[in-house]
Write a protein that binds this ligand. Sequence first.
Ligand code: OOG
Ligand code: MG
Length: 259
Amino acid sequence: MDRATAVSLAEWLIRAEVEKREVTRITERYPELTVEDAYQIQEVLVGKKLEQGYRIVGPKMGLTSRAKMKQMNVDEPIYGFIFDYMVVSGGEISFRDLIHPKVEAEIAFVLGRDVEGPGVTGAQVLAATAHVMPALEIIDSRYERFHFTLPDVIADNASSSRVVFGTTLKRPDELELDLVGVTLSINGELKEMGAGAAVLGHPANSVAMLANMLARKGLKLKAGQTILTGGITGAVMLQPGDVVSARLDGLGSVGFLVR
Ligand code: OOG
Ligand code: MG
């Protein structure tokens, strides 16, 4: 894909986000779009946000659990980038700022040291991790009806929109992260449940895979970055007025209100 096309598609996706409206997926117009093209579009999109003065909190992984892959009908993990403006403070998100948001429960890693692929293992990630914490990611695909193919969702920065972090920080050796049970409730009603192992057998494997994917681009994970490892269960549609809460065994709870 030529650079001019990648730039215009990245700008088009940014406009959809800013104007809060869904757009036709890219592969309707460009059925030949490859994963490589899609990461090129994402790279331009990320570069434009950096130019606008936003800062990267960390990369994130997506589609790392079978539940998510099945729900979205895409069978490969992907990455995207979380920016500072996406981090929710004050425990509320505004429905009007978003298109058709969904929520998913995740485990986040904060790195104490750089992690550089290739060949990174989950054990190496755990050794480099300062702490882990619970997170709720609010995803908001810019595509109509939240429908996309693998290249579409990669170009769209992996549907990244908002994230709420919990306040319980644990060192990764204080818990068996694969065995951490997770419940996701909305308005007190249990919607989804799972365990850390749903994410590639262990959430640290997700960070390792991310480091190895980034290595192909000459990038690495940096000390201080916060990394989302991917939804443990399927994502749940949000409505105004929803009170969302997730509980993670040993990691406390995290929640927010949809205004
Ligand atoms: C893509 C983003 C996936 C996750 O945790 O699996 C993701 C989507 O489902 O829209 O963030
Ligand atoms: Mg996610």
